[in-house]
Design a binder for this molecule. Sequence first.
Ligand SMILES: Cc1cc2nc3c(=O)[nH]c(=O)nc-3n(C[C@H](O)[C@H](O)[C@H](O)COP(=O)(O)OP(=O)(O)OC[C@H]3O[C@@H](n4cnc5c(N)ncnc54)[C@H](O)[C@@H]3O)c2cc1C
Length: 606
Amino acid sequence: MAEYVAPIKDMQFVMKRLVGLDQVNTLPGWEEVTEDVVDAVLEEAGKLASEVLSPLNAVGDKTPAKWKDGNVTTPPGFKEAYQQYVGAGWGNILSPTKFGGQGLPHLLATPIEEMWGAANLAFKLCPMLTQGAIEAIEYVGPESLREKFLPNMVSGKWTGTMNLTEPQAGSDLSLVRTKATPQADGSYRLKGQKIFITYGEHDYTENIVHLVLARIDGAPEGVKGISLLAVPKFLVKDDGSLGARNDVRCVSIEHKLGIHASPTAVMAYGEKDGAIGYLVGEAHRGLEYMFIMMNAARLSVGLEGVAIAERAYQRALAWSRERLQGKPIGGGQGAKSSPQQQPAPIVQHPDVKRMLLTMKSTTEATRALAYWTSALLDRAKKHPDDNERKRCQAMVDLLIPVVKGWSTENGIEVASLGVQVHGGMGFIEETGAAQHLRDARITTIYEGTTGIQANDLVGRKVGREQGKTASILIAEMERLAQQMPQGHKNVHLKDIADRFNSSLARFTEATRWIVEVYPSNPAAVAAGSVYYLKLAGITLGGWMMARSALIAAELLEKGEGDAAFLRGKILTARFYADHVLAQSMGLCSATMRGADSVLAVEEALL
Ligand SMILES: Cc1cc2nc3c(=O)[nH]c(=O)nc-3n(C[C@H](O)[C@H](O)[C@H](O)COP(=O)(O)OP(=O)(O)OC[C@H]3O[C@@H](n4cnc5c(N)ncnc54)[C@H](O)[C@@H]3O)c2cc1C
């Protein structure tokens, strides 16, 4: 079965040429992240992804994590892979240097994280959630908690989880019921049940630090009464060694459509005297803290969409070159059209090429958008100019729901096309195409469904700030029209620019409509919000692809770079402009004119 090969050339192009590695590695503390360092790091990560994590992907699918008497055993090879992963230092690249991490920029961590997600999504979730828990404790936890937990979490000796969801509290976390009762020594005792907790129990490490949303006794109802607490599986003594087992237990794990190797746990807190927990940050501000960390977590899940799409594309491409069926209509590229012609590889059929190019072009567009968002996140964190930091942060806030929502929806579509390219064999598990589709299916659900991302985009991000940041973004995209040379000898550039401008005009029109309608009729905006999110994604992705084509054409003219790769970049952008940007018209119309038919239908008629 074909193993994953990291698309390092495209990653390097996006980082170095498109989204501005030079604007990140000139920020204080990141000067050592030179182009050469980036190349070496991507090379090494690519090896672990291909040689260790990718071969375990199908193993984990066929041999799911198992629960027995409160303990969870992960599939064969996963525990050893985790040791190899943390042993080589991959678990701490984003973590603070003060606690033993490498403190590297998001822009470098992003392609690496894409590799883990493509090679083995179920494996990647454990380090991703640990990173989220580290950030929570680092940002708002008291020094005592940081010192108690962070060194071992950063080194990978312990892992972390995020415990938000309860049976009655999913998208709506104001309904959280888990209770936290204050104790005389300043700690809390927790009682309640959490569900769907990724890696809530496992056998990789000796301890797990759960970050739990709970209500302190007497807290107000709703979102304002929720606090964040750290609850270790084993209590930690003052000298740092492990103490007694805490009153938290994994009651069962779920049987799922995909990501079988990732244990999704039901957690019982306080079956006896109450699980001992420690307040992270101030009481009643737990949800606010979760929102601070949400950007990084949602970017990570958006990247999972890119990752699965890349993996599905690689598998489908390999299959299409081997599978022989029929004769391409019109004779195929470079093929003789004699009647005796042998069956051709299916890659030569125009419709199969269309599917593969849809997969390739949208994967590249989602990748570019996610990496650009990462670069902005780095600048929002470290840029010396206060205004620039604020501008980048506002942009990140606007882009995150698009990256999360659009990339993951696209990941599912691409994985589904991957099955289609395989024909009947795509439906048969042995080829591996079906696993990608099953695994991809969760990415539009966890860390906020697409509907929740779209609500966030049209409500908090566009509607409430009257399109301020969206207008800045639109103005930035409009500059491309001036940059695209009209008389360029590369014939594709003009067509790419034309299609992009028309998509941008549709996005601008829909944005203005939302700003106008949202205050008086938010339900009408909500009815078409997912269409708007997709329109935003497709247009922003088109901007990235058009800029890539322009950069590639300039490099070709100068005789620099890998000519075949650069030609491919231009042609892929041209395909995206003709086939994907063409959808903007329909998405704009459905955003602005689709609400009546949604709102007119009474519930009883559904
Ligand atoms: C495999 C897996 C792993 C998970 N890992 C974790 C984890 O580690 N930690 C954790 O805390 N949770 C985790 N979750 C939970 C996950 O985050 C939730 O499932 C998700 O947020 C959706 O909540 P829900 O399942 O209750 O769906 P619901 O909230 O019931 O949503 C059902 C449908 O209604 C829509 N909907 C709901 N509210 C609105 C609204 N206001 N506007 C528009 N549409 C709306 C949704 O978009 C969706 O289509 C995991 C879930 C799974 C399946």
